[in-house]
Design a protein. Structure first.
Length: 136
């Protein structure tokens, strides 16, 4: 199936209104907008976190998915992993400058999703976070 459309300005990744299957933007988009990728980026937006802190901040993520997604985001240059030679081992994760730029762009999308999720899914949302806390 070929999808094309008219656009009023050039869209990143599009060639003559078509998004090519082998475009590098597709790979990055897949990494960044995966369910776990978005949540990891948003969790790390405020501060660096250790493995356990990160896992506890994203309910439902398995160790395997956390490790895999962190490796992908690290190789893409969005997350920095710092291992310290201590006993027990300590590993901290933080966003790189590019990761912060990306997370800053994801926040408005997540705000829109939080504002509209009830209507879209027909399911009541969880209680809204207090001022200064993230609701996602």
């Amino acid at each position: 199936m070929k999808v094309s459309f008219d656009v009023s300005r050039v869209r990143p990744g599009a060639v003559s209104g078509v998004y090519p299957a082998k475009c590098a933007t597709r790979t990055v988009l897949d990494h960044v907008t995966s369910k776990w990728g978005v949540l990891i980026l948003l969790a790390l937006q405020q501060d660096s976190l250790r493995w356990g802190e990160l896992r506890r901040s994203i309910e439902g993520i398995s160790e395997k998915m956390l490790a895999s997604t962190l490796r992908t985001l690290e190789s893409d240059g969005f997350v920095n992993r710092e291992a310290q030679a201590t006993i027990p081992p300590r590993v901290d994760y933080e966003l790189t400058p590019m990761g912060h730029e990306l997370a800053d762009r994801l926040v408005p999308l997540m705000d829109w999703i939080a504002d509209n999720a009830d209507e879209i899914t027909g399911t009541p949302a969880l209680p809204v976070a207090q001022a200064g806390e993230s609701s996602f």
